[in-house]
Design a protein around this ligand. Structure first.
Ligand code: FMN
Length: 279
């Protein structure tokens, strides 16, 4: 069921696969690594055994280790610069991002970690700017209905102002972005709270590296979850998905000439004295 296979001509029986397995199900007692049938169900399918094998002798889940990406760490300076220079983009060019670029981005998010490697995040992607335009209109129609019927949820009265702005030609919710990615996860996911956010953070940095702009969109989330939830359903976000967030993206119509400058806030260093005397 796991398709766990060892190329005996390559395996040097170093035991790295067994040592790195997070659920410790690989047995080296007979020389070559093996997973007993009874323990196969414990595998979380993380492929660490395949990744750590120094001789590419191990295959699992039908994956050929020779086809894995090489490990080419980016320079710390390059990565740091990407992190520092990424901005929330609120001005977009209208054209669609090329299909190959979208595919590359969606491939990258598959590598974001998830609790227990469950990978239950659902990605709702709007890859057609015309669909995005329709979503904008339907959202604003829904907000208008809620305003007219005095039906905006408590705490969301500010959406009425967005409607006024919309009527004046400004899209404060979606920022006229040509694309949107929503990540959501079901209630029962082990780390359902965190998984979509991690995936979107990976997405955002990969997008920045490709010259795309992104902006996290709390307003879109509230609109689709609370003000016009029927539209959220129509977009295919399952009703039992609690943790969800939206990121707008596209080619930026703004160019930042430099990074901003920030210092970390809220850093608390735990010192030995904090733990003196036990609890
Ligand atoms: C969870 C989250 C929700 C956000 N929601 C919105 C939003 O609804 N609209 C918006 O214009 N910006 C939104 N932002 C962008 C923040 O305002 C932005 O990250 C912050 O001002 C710092 O700017 P920077 O991202 O360029 O560093 C959101 C950011 C985060 C992390």
């Amino acid at each position: 069921m796991l398709d766990f296979a060892i190329d005996e001509s390559r395996c040097i029986q170093c035991g790295e696969c067994a040592a790195d397995c997070p659920v410790r199900i690989i047995d080296m007692s007979q020389g070559l690594p093996r997973i007993s049938e009874q323990r196969q169900g414990l595998c979380i399918r993380c492929q660490h055994c395949l990744a750590v094998c120094p001789t590419a002798a191990l295959s699992i889940l039908g994956v050929n280790p020779d086809e894995s990406a090489e490990i080419l760490p980016p320079s710390p300076d390059g990565l740091e610069n990407l992190i520092k220079s990424r901005r929330s983009v609120r001005r977009y060019r209208p054209e669609a991002v090329e299909r190959a670029v979208l595919d590359r981005l969606m491939e990258a998010v598959a590598y974001a970690p998830t609790g227990k490697n469950e990978r239950k995040v659902r990605f709702t992607l709007v890859d057609d700017p015309e669909v995005m335009a329709r979503i904008r209109v339907l959202t604003m129609e829904g907000i208008r209905r809620a305003v007219d019927e005095d039906g905006l949820p408590d705490g969301m009265e500010f959406f009425a102002k967005f409607l006024t702005a919309w009527d004046q030609g400004r899209d404060i919710i979606f920022r006229e972005a040509p694309h949107m990615l929503i990540a959501s996860s079901p209630r029962e996911a082990t780390s359902g709270e965190a998984d979509p956010f991690i995936a979107l953070s990976y997405f955002e940095l990969m997008a920045a590296s490709l010259g795309l702009g992104t902006v996290w969109c709390g307003y879109a989330r509230w609109a689709l979850q609370s003000v016009v939830p029927e539209l959220g359903r129509r977009l295919g976000i399952p009703s039992d998905h609690r943790s969800m967030y939206a990121v707008m993206f596209g080619y930026p119509a703004v160019r930042y000439a430099r990074a901003v400058q920030r210092e970390v806030q809220g850093l608390h260093r735990v010192r030995p004295a904090d733990l003196e005397g036990g609890l």
